[in-house]
Design a binder for this molecule. Structure first.
Ligand code: PEP
Ligand code: MG
Length: 323
C-alpha cells in the first residue's frame, strides 16, 4: 500500500484551497521508526513511551531509557518527535507494578495522575529524555491533563529534571516544548492562562470521545454508538480550535480517527492543522486531502449542522463521492 502512494510521499498535504495539513505518525517502538522516511510523515506526533515499559518484565533503568530515546531521536534524523510521558493505568498495566483494584480504571489512577502522585518514574523519564536530547531540541507532552494545576505541576517536574541534569554536567536541550494532551472535556474549559502556558495541545481523540459521550472505548456494546462526526463533538472541537488560535498555540489530533480519511477531512476542515496517525494511513489521508477543497468540506459540515443532522457523515460522504 505504501508503494501506491510513493509518488506523493514527498509532497505536502495541501488541499485545493491552499491549506496545508501537517501529517505525522504515531510510534512507540524502535521497530516503528523506519516508517518515518517511508511513510512521508513529517515527524512523530505521538511517541507512546509506555510501550517500552509494557514489553519488559522489570522497570527499565534510566541509562537504558536514555539510550533508547537517543536512538529514537537519531533515527528521526532531525524530524520532531513528540514524546508522551508514561501513560499507564486504565487498560495499560505494567507487570511489575502492583495492580490497582479500581471500579473504573479508565477514570482512575492513570497517566499523569500516577506521574504526579508517584513522581519517581516521571522524574527518571524526564531526565532520560533530557540526556538523550544531548543539546538537541526536545518535545514532551503529558497525557490526560484534566486541569491547569496538573499541567503546572508536570511542567515543574520538567524544570526540576532540567536543573538536576545541568548540575550533573549534561547539556540542556537547545529548545524545550511542553504540551498537554486534551483527553478530558474539562481541559477545553480551562482558564485562558492554561492556553498561554502550554506550548501546544494534542487532542487524544480515543480517550476524549469516551469521556465526551460517556462511552467506554473498551466496551463493544457502546464504543461505536457515537460517531466522531457527531455535530456536538465537532462543535466541541471547534471551540478547542478557537481557543488555541486565540492563544496562538499549535493544535494537533492524535487519536485513531486522524488516520481515517473521512474523519481526517472533517478534522482538517474544522481547523486542526496537524494530524498524527499510524504510518500506513499517511498515504491515503494525504491523497484525499490533496484532491479536495477544505473550505468546501467546511461548508458541507456547517450546512449539515444547521440542518439539524445528528452526524455530518452522510453529508460529507455524499459530497466526497462527487469529488
Ligand atoms: C488517545 O487517547 O486518543 C491517545 C492518542 O492516547 P491512547 O490511545 O494511547 O490512550
Ligand atoms: Mg489516551
Amino acid at each position: 500500500a505504501q508503494e501506491r502512494y510513493a509518488s506523493i510521499r514527498d509532497l505536502p498535504a495541501t488541499s485545493k484551497c491552499g491549506t496545508t495539513i501537517s501529517l505525522q505518525m504515531n510510534a512507540g517502538l524502535m521497530a516503528d521508526l523506519p516508517s518515518l522516511p517511508s511513510s512521508g510523515a513529517e515527524g512523530v506526533g505521538l511517541f507512546r513511551t509506555e510501550l517500552q515499559f509494557l514489553v519488559r518484565n522489570q522497570m527499565p533503568k534510566r541509562a537504558e531509557l536514555s539510550a533508547l530515546y537517543q536512538r529514537v531521536m537519531d533515527a528521526a534524523d532531525g524530524k520532531r518527535v513528540v514524546f508522551r510521558t508514561l501513560d499507564i493505568g486504565s487498560d495499560k498495566v505494567l507487570p511489575y507494578m502492583t495492580p490497582q483494584d479500581e471500579p473504573n480504571p479508565a477514570m482512575g489512577w492513570r497517566a499523569i495522575r500516577v506521574g504526579l502522585d508517584k513522581p519517581g518514574i516521571l522524574r527518571m523519564q524526564l531526565q532520560a529524555l533530557i540526556r538523550a536530547a544531548n543539546g538537541r531540541p526536545l518535545t514532551v507532552m503529558f497525557p490526560f491533563i484534566a486541569q491547569l494545576q496538573e499541567f503546572r505541576d508536570a511542567k515543574a517536574e520538567m524544570q526540576k529534571a532540567l536543573d538536576r541534569e545541568i548540575k550533573l554536567g549534561h547539556p540542556a536541550p537547545s529548545d524545550i516544548k511542553i504540551g498537554a494532551m486534551l483527553e478530558t472535556p474539562s481541559l477545553a474549559f480551562a482558564p485562558d492562562v492554561f492556553f498561554d502556558e502550554v506550548d501546544f495541545l494534542s487532542i487524544g481523540g480515543n480517550d476524549l470521545k469516551q469521556f465526551f459521550f460517556a462511552a467506554d472505548r473498551e466496551n463493544e456494546r457502546v464504543r461505536r454508538r457515537y460517531d466522531t462526526l457527531n455535530v456536538s463533538f465537532l462543535s466541541f472541537l471547534r471551540q478547542v480550535v478557537e481557543r488555541c488560535e486565540r492563544a496562538g498555540k499549535p493544535l494537533s489530533f492524535c487519536g485513531e480517527d486522524a488516520g481515517r480519511p473521512v474523519e481526517a477531512i472533517c478534522l482538517a476542515a474544522m481547523g486542526i492543522k496537524n494530524l498524527s496517525m499510524r504510518p500506513a494511513s499517511i498515504g491515503p489521508v494525504k491523497h484525499i486531502l490533496r484532491k479536495i477543497d477544505l473550505s468546501e468540506a467546511r461548508a458541507v459540515i456547517d450546512k449539515a449542522c444547521n440542518d439539524g443532522e445528528q452526524s455530518v457523515r452522510s453529508a460529507i460522504t455524499h459530497w466526497l463521492a462527487n469529488q
